[in-house]
Design a binder for this molecule. Structure first.
Ligand code: AMP
Ligand code: GLY
Length: 424
């Protein structure tokens, strides 16, 4: 069958690699893809937001399945356009993707259906938000309602920072209309875990757990980024936590969305905080995480296309998800300066080293071809993933593999997976 992947980052390279492993896939396309994806798929220069062109391409090329991977097109309703055209696509339609597209929506949903999460209030104007903050307990968390490249969340330690945060989001509009409305949320402490789940509208099946490292610098310092590295599984995600979340978070969420007339078909990403009072939802995303996909998919034993088919056809209850008993660690190689300004266009050396190495992966994020050479083309450039018998070994392997590639301005965190040591 012919498969089109919409997107062009590390997550999409991991999805493309996993599709390529499927015996059922005869031809793979990506829009727009990147230099790494172009080695296994035909890349077409169509923006992820250009629904008419994507639909036309899928029709002309008789695509059997389109996987819409990023948040923006899902929240904007690109999956709806595929459905209208009678084309098979994987990813929630707009009225379900709102679970990621509006933090106010997701908080109200959790409240209504008793899904554990932090206490919150929603505000449409800055004066009311500031009046509320005057009496609130610090630290406190401000969240832009809409999509903000994963950067619309501000953790404020005191009233001054919180007032400044309201100004940034609501008055200076740093994230545009995403900050017209904000959620002000209780600050939670604990371990963070990401659990990505396949959903068919009624049944929800969690994949292996993962943990992201969002801050730019070691020891969780610096600005929030899209993610600087991940590991899977999370040693903090115990069987007990899993049992609790299956019942009170995952199934509760999918039931709530169905009850609201918004059946969710696609990947539901539950960002969890394991607090002293039990697991609570930090956020939902309506898609695979990036870089979470880069550690979870290499561990997955199932044929991805079979599972996606089951999600679309409503037969997920018949599927048993299986993950290798190995661990995986992904270290992001970024351009120095990310998530702020950085230079790009530098040639990348050493990529061939990965070709014959089992259990090692070099997923491309911000790369492109220039004069026949792969060059840097983004903040997050490559995701270096390695597997190992346990997390310590996987981490050692991943950091070893980061040495195989070089480019000017290469930057990485040196403590991805460091928390693992506490459990040994
Ligand atoms: P989000 O995009 O909502 O996941 O937020 C980004 C990051 O901000 C999360 O991964 C957490 O590290 C942090 N965060 C979000 N909400 C809270 C909260 N209520 N308490 C503490 N940290 C939070
Ligand atoms: N790594 C977090 C995300 O994909 O949103």
């Amino acid at each position: 069958m012919k498969v089109l992947i919409v997107g062009g980052g590390g997550r999409e390279h991991a999805i493309a690699w996993k599709c390529k492993e499927s015996k059922r896939v005869t031809k793979l396309y990506a829009a727009p893809g990147n230099a790494g994806i172009s080695e296994i798929a035909e890349c077409v220069d169509i923006s992820v937001m250009d629904a008419p062109k994507l639909v036309a391409f899928a029709k002309e090329n008789e695509i059997d399945l389109t996987i819409i991977a990023p948040d923006d097109p899902l929240v904007a309703g690109v999956a709806d356009e595929f459905a209208k055209a009678g084309l098979r696509a994987f990813g929630p339609v707009k009225n379900a993707a709102i679970i990621e597209g509006s933090k106010a929506f997701s908080k109200d949903l959790m409240k209504k259906y008793n899904i554990p999460s932090a206490a919150y209030e929603t505000f449409d104007n800055a004066d009311d938000a500031i009046a509320y903050l005057e009496t609130a307990k610090m630290p406190i968390v401000l969240k832009a309602d809409g999509l903000a490249l994963g950067k619309g969340v501000l953790i404020c330690n005191n009233l001054e920072e919180a007032k400044e945060g309201v100004k940034t989001l609501m008055l200076d509009k740093q994230f545009g209309t995403a900050g017209d409305r904000i959620v002000i949320e209780e600050f939670m402490t604990g371990r963070e875990v990401s659990v990505l789940c396949f959903c068919d509208g009624e049944t929800i099946k969690p994949m292996a757990s993962a943990q992201d490292h969002k801050r730019a610098k070691d020891n969780d310092q610096g600005l929030n980024t899209g993610g600087m590295g991940t590991f899977s599984p999370s040693p903090f995600y115990t069987d007990e936590v899993d049992e609790f979340c299956k019942k009170y978070v995952y199934q509760a969420t999918i039931d709530a969305m169905k009850a609201e007339g918004r059946p969710f078909k696609g990947i539901l990403f539950c960002g969890l905080m394991l607090t002293e009072d039990g697991p609570k939802v930090l956020e939902y995303n309506a898609r695979f995480g990036d870089p979470e996909a880069q550690v979870v998919l290499p561990r997955m034993k199932n044929d991805l296309i079979d599972v996606i088919d089951a999600c679309i056809d409503g037969t997920l209850s018949d599927v048993e998800l299986e993950f290798e008993d190995k661990a995986a660690v992904c270290v992001i190689l970024a351009s120095n300066g990310y998530p702020e300004a950085y230079e790009k266009g530098f040639p990348i050396d050493g990529l061939d080293t990965f070709k014959d190495k089992d259990g090692y992966y070099c997923f491309h994020a911000g790369t492109k071809m220039s004069d026949g050479k792969v060059v840097t083309n983004g903040g997050r450039v490559l995701g270096i993933t390695a597997k190992g018998d346990d997390l310590v070994k996987a981490r050692a392997n991943a950091y070893e593999a980061t040495k195989w590639v070089s480019f000017e301005n290469k930057y990485m965190r040196n403590d991805i997976g460091k928390a693992i040591d506490e459990t040994n």
